[in-house]
Unconditional design. Structure first.
Lengths: 358, 739
């Protein structure tokens, strides 16, 4: 108990010290920045102006499409209608949905000149959650159950993460540490197998999954993702491991550690950053993947396949509603986006480490 | 009674019987002999009896091949409202729409029975025989539509519009609904059953019809159809027919007696030669090898279109429950399964061989050890040594197995497909395909062939796209990274976060969003331009835009002088240059943050003493950027550039999700070598296709299905990209260092 309290106190002190350090750094940066600004001459002022102009223009170009996406997701296009007697009607096919959104975006039917002058400002009066209500309550066809698809894809993502991290770490570790016959050949094979267009293998995979009756099973679909992700991630782990000196291994071996102990007690704690990077990528992969699940999971779709139905892709051509697609896609995209932004540090770290030394 | 004249040129010409129909037949001597249709039945030669047409009667050797309906035949039909109306076949009867009724053909109604599928027939559906209490009518159901006075497939207008006839109504009996829950029932149109239509010449829709037979002694005997039934010989009963209602034992008997040869034309002598030993009696491994080598020998139908027989049994597609008596080798061969299983067998055999080899080697070593020292290693020590020495192998084993099964086997399968004849001509799974060797390769590379021209232009665009896409993203990413890092910019984190957004949002979403933005009608881009013009009152903006784009060489849909206020087709055929530029720009929008991030990270790793040295030498900031920053960044990110080039070479998503649905962008070459629009989706590439999206089109579009061609191009892509990557990797020395 005492040990726990000591550890906890040490941890808290470390955090406080780190925060203090960050604040000091920020203060230094602010001072340096202001000093630089004061030293700017006239020629430099133009430079600053154009720099900021460029930044703002790029900002607009980046934001406008995203704004449109968000607007479309929250625009009511009569996809779900409440009947006076309490039941609901689902209006699945609405090929005009997009035009309606654009009209709303442009304020076309608001009748007000103001909106006509600013064509890119969305009409906030049409804001509604109806698309999301539709997504989560439409249950006339079991294939379109959004919640189930969401959970299914989540299960795939979690299993994918666990397996990819496990296998690529082990393999990357083996490739970086052990000499064995056929190592170069194995590396080359891993590399080149990736180059073959993946969907040519789809036909074979269709056949194999049919034979073993693995279609519509999210569990067996995950193995395909894992097999696809392993080569690239193995290289990343290998590149990272080469920077971890071998002398650690040797020291541990002298002290009598077995192979397994070296692996679990020394290597794994050191490899946590790179494993984190791999985990993030592996988790985000399956969510909006379309091509692979569309072949295998027809009756029990993942989120990507489900959403693609709404643009008329896939089996049922009776459904065409791009706005619902955008709403559903946004729902998935937001967490992925947040993860990407938050994990910037790790992503850059992973890319530079894995990328530099091959 | 019908005369010859009536059948040849009258109202009954051209009608044919179907399975299950009951026809009038004059008994002959052959019918009464052993094996005849009326063996044992108490009829005499010359009698006219009712006989139920069976499946094999309709085949080329059967008695009723291409025989027409005659007066007196009895046909089973599903009653429609037409039949119950005045003048219909069942006018005034107590039956209802959807009931099963029997019509005896007479002079007045023979014209109705052509024996083939007719317009209005429904397939792939189930007819509800009772009102439903919990399911409303759905779009896609087939029901009676008053307005059209016909059975039609219901649409949104009938079902989802308030006040429509089928709006929120429970389904009634007689509605035809989807049989599999996925595909709506198919209503035949006149076009489909016309001589050029897809269902021309397919009889036998009346499976499930009732047959009307006279009971024979054989039926009542043990094992017969009516064993233990309380009927007597000579009674006439109804028996439900199924498609394979043949008594197999009779066929064997007939073969022995030599009757089979005469009745059905199969050479009884050759039966032994036709036995494929490994196919019929091989286990998974032996049959797998056989399958891989031959790719199937027994198809469902022979080349002439007739049903095929094998060893005296009719070849069936898949055994169902009531065919449990059939031996397993009666199922037709499925080339795809055979190739898949063959490849699996190959890989598994290799693994087993490797394990076996290690086994033998280990035994050899143990024997040597025993000879030298007289002792054998203890099991515990042995296992421990095995574990320690081969730890590297052991932890890679799961990965290896996973890759072997989920990557290697599909790869081998696709690779081998290029050497087969599996293309759109093979009606898989009824027909088999076979090994062809390099025929497809020769077709692709034959000089002057269309294949080579397509390949040339698609390949050219692929290389251009790969280079331009990578370079533009890199340059913009570099610029953004440098600008944000400059000391004049505040809120660095904010700018970086905002600029990451295009990359952070999954590309599927953004690509489809851009496709919507740039769609011709109702797309945001066109609407914005047009609305600005509408607000201003004159179509200045759009005309100006069109002339500007025309001057750049990108826009060709209209010519100067004819520019009007119609929308711009961003991704069409005539404006393909505009579309291509747009693809590059969108790819730039999505791709630059990746490089921005990467280069920002690299910038932090540049040692600052170089900059200080430059300051001492009096370098300006521009010079510092040009001579220190950029070379350093370039060198550090070279591997990433190469990876990106490879990635963009195979960048399927950008091309497909932006332009894949543009159906009319496929092209072909006319005599002058210019590209002209084809329109119909076929094996020609679209003008926006890069190699890999063309391969996708060849393999996945249901109207195309040229698998072997797709495989050939995949192999080419694979060789090119693989060689390029390996070549570059081999130059990175650190890659091969054994540390």
């Amino acid at each position: 108990m005492k040990r726990f309290l000591d550890g906890f106190k040490r941890h808290v002190m470390k955090r406080i010290a780190a925060a203090r350090q960050r604040r000091a750094d920020a203060r230094v940066m602010r001072i340096a920045f202001r000093r630089n600004l004061r030293r700017v001459k006239v020629g430099g002022a133009f430079g600053i102006f154009f720099t900021y102009l460029w930044l703002v223009v790029c900002l607009v170009i980046v934001i406008v499409p995203i704004l449109w996406l968000v607007t479309a997701a929250f625009t009511d296009v009569n996809v779900i209608i409440d009947n006076p007697d309490g039941s609901v009607t689902y209006n699945l096919t609405n090929n005009n949905a997009l035009a309606e959104v654009v009209d709303s975006y442009l304020g076309a039917d608001s009748g007000s000149n103001v909106y006509g002058l600013f064509p890119l400002v969305p009409d906030l009066r049409k804001f509604s959650f109806s698309n999301y209500r539709f997504l989560f309550t439409y249950d006339l066809e079991p294939r379109f159950d959004y919640l189930k698809a969401f959970l299914r894809t989540g299960a795939i993502a979690i299993l994918n993460t666990v397996l990819v991290v496990l296998f690529s770490s082990l393999t990357g570790f083996a490739f970086s540490r052990y000499k064995f016959k056929g190592k170069k050949a194995a590396l080359l094979t891993l590399l080149t197998l990736q180059m073959f267009p993946a969907f040519m293998g789809m036909i074979a995979i269709m056949g194999i999954y049919d034979t073993f009756n693995w279609t519509n099973s999210w569990f067996w679909l995950t193995f395909l993702y894992v097999a696809g992700a392993i080569p690239y991630n193995t290289f990343i782990v290998r590149g990272y491991m080469r920077n971890v000196t071998k002398s650690l291994d040797e020291a541990a071996a002298i002290d009598g550690a077995t192979n397994l102990q070296i692996l679990t007690k020394i290597i794994v704690p050191l490899a946590v950053p790179i494993m984190g990077f791999i985990a993030v990528n592996a988790f985000m992969g399956p969510w909006l993947d379309y091509i692979l699940p569309s072949i295998i999971m027809n009756a029990k779709p993942t989120v990507g396949v489900l959403l693609y139905q709404y643009i008329g892709g896939g089996v049922s051509s009776l459904v065409a509603n791009p706005v619902v697609f955008m709403a559903g896609a946004l729902l998935i995209a937001v967490p992925i986006m947040l993860v990407q932004i938050y994990m910037q540090k790790y992503i850059v770290f992973g890319l530079t480490t894995g990328g530099e030394k091959g | 009674m019908l005369t010859d004249a009536d059948l040849e040129s009258g109202a009954y010409a051209g009608s044919l019987v179907a399975v299950g129909d009951i026809v009038l037949r004059t008994v002959t001597e052959a019918d009464l002999a052993e094996g005849g249709a009326f063996e044992g039945v108490e009829v005499a030669i010359g009698h006219i009896v009712r006989y139920t047409v069976k499946n094999y009667d309709l085949w080329a050797e059967g008695d009723y091949h291409a025989v027409g309906y005659e007066i007196g035949d009895m046909v089973r039909i599903v009653i429609t409202a037409e039949d119950l109306a005045a003048g219909g076949l069942f006018e005034g009867s107590e039956l209802e729409v959807g009931d099963v009724g029997y019509v005896v053909i007479d002079a007045s109604n023979l014209a109705l029975f052509t024996g083939f599928l007719a317009a209005g027939d429904v397939i792939d559906g189930l007819m509800l025989d009772a009102d439903s209490t919990d399911t409303w009518f759905q779009v896609g159901d087939v029901a009676w539509v008053e307005a059209d006075q016909a059975y039609k497939q219901l649409t949104n207008a009938n079902v989802n519009t308030a006040g429509a006839a089928y709006y929120q109504t429970f389904r009634t009996a007689g509605t035809i609904v989807s049989a599999d829950g996925i595909h709506p029932p198919k209503l035949m149109t006149a076009q489909m059953v016309a001589p050029e239509g897809i269902f021309f010449g397919q009889p036998g829709i009346s499976v499930g019809s009732i047959k009307f037979i006279a009971v024979t002694a054989a039926h009542l005997a043990e094992g017969g159809l009516f064993e233990d039934a309380m009927i007597a010989k000579g009674d006439k009963v109804f028996v439900t027919i199924d498609q394979y209602d043949i008594e197999p034992n009779r066929i064997d008997l007939l073969i022995e007696q030599g009757v089979y040869r005469e009745v059905l034309g199969v050479e009884a002598d050759n039966l032994v030669d036709r036995i494929q030993f490994f196919r019929d009696y091989g286990g998974f491994f032996t049959k797998g090898v056989w399958g891989l080598v031959t790719l199937g020998e027994i198809p469902t139908k022979t080349a002439g279109g007739d049903a095929s027989w094998y060893r005296g049994w009719p070849v069936i597609v898949a055994r169902s429950l009531n065919q449990a008596d059939y031996p397993s080798w009666v199922e037709a061969d499925n080339s795809r399964s055979l190739m898949t299983n063959g490849v699996i067998v190959l890989v598994v055999t290799l693994i087993i061989a490797a394990v076996w080899f290690m086994n033998v080697r280990d035994a050899y070593r143990s024997a040597l050890l025993y000879e030298e020292t007289g002792r054998v290693e203890e099991p515990k020590k042995y296992l421990r040594r095995l574990w320690d020495e081969n730890f590297g192998y052991i932890i890679t084993l799961p990965t290896f197995l996973l890759i072997a099964f989920f990557t290697l086997i599909p790869f081998l399968f696709s690779f081998l497909t290029g050497f087969t004849s599996w293309d759109s001509n093979v009606a898989f799974p009824q027909e088999l395909f076979d090994w062809e060797g390099l025929v497809s390769f020769r077709a692709v590379f034959a000089s002057g062939s269309d294949g080579l021209k397509y390949f040339g232009s698609v390949f050219g665009w692929t290389i251009t796209f790969a280079l331009l896409a990578s370079i533009t993203c890199y340059i913009l990413g570099l610029i953004q990274a440098l600008i944000i890092e400059s000391k004049y910019v505040a809120f660095k984190k904010f700018w970086r976060t905002v600029y990451i957004l295009p990359w952070a949002i999954p590309s599927l979403v953004t690509l489809l969003m851009f496709r919507n933005i740039f769609s011709s009608i109702g797309g945001l881009a066109n609407q914005v331009i047009l609305s600005i013009d509408t607000a201003a009152g004159a179509p200045n903006l759009i005309v100006g835009l069109k002339s500007f784009l025309y001057a750049l060489g990108l826009y060709r849909e209209q010519v100067p002088g004819a520019f009007d206020a119609s929308y711009i087709t961003w991704f069409g055929f005539l404006n393909y240059r505009l579309g291509r530029v747009l693809i590059l720009l969108i790819n730039l929008w999505i791709g630059f943050p990746y490089f921005m991030l990467l280069i920002t990270g690299t910038l932090t790793s540049i040692p600052s003493d170089m900059y200080e040295a430059a300051d001492i030498d009096g370098a300006s900031s521009f010079q510092k950027t040009r001579f220190i920053t950029i070379p350093w960044v370039l060198r550090a990110t070279t591997p990433v550039i190469i990876t990106t080039l490879t990635h963009n070479f195979n960048n399927f998503g950008v091309i497909y999700f932006l332009t894949g649905s543009v159906q009319n962008a496929t092209y072909t070459f006319n005599d002058l070598g210019e590209m002209i629009n084809v329109g119909v989706p076929n094996s020609a590439p679209s003008i926006y296709d890069i190699l890999i999206s063309w391969v996708y089109r060849l393999a996945m579009l249901t109207t195309v299905r040229e698998f072997n061609l797709a495989s050939v191009y995949s192999i080419i892509i694979f060789l090119m990209v693989g060689t390029f990557s390996i070549y570059n990797l081999s130059r990175v020395k650190s890659f091969w260092e054994e540390d």
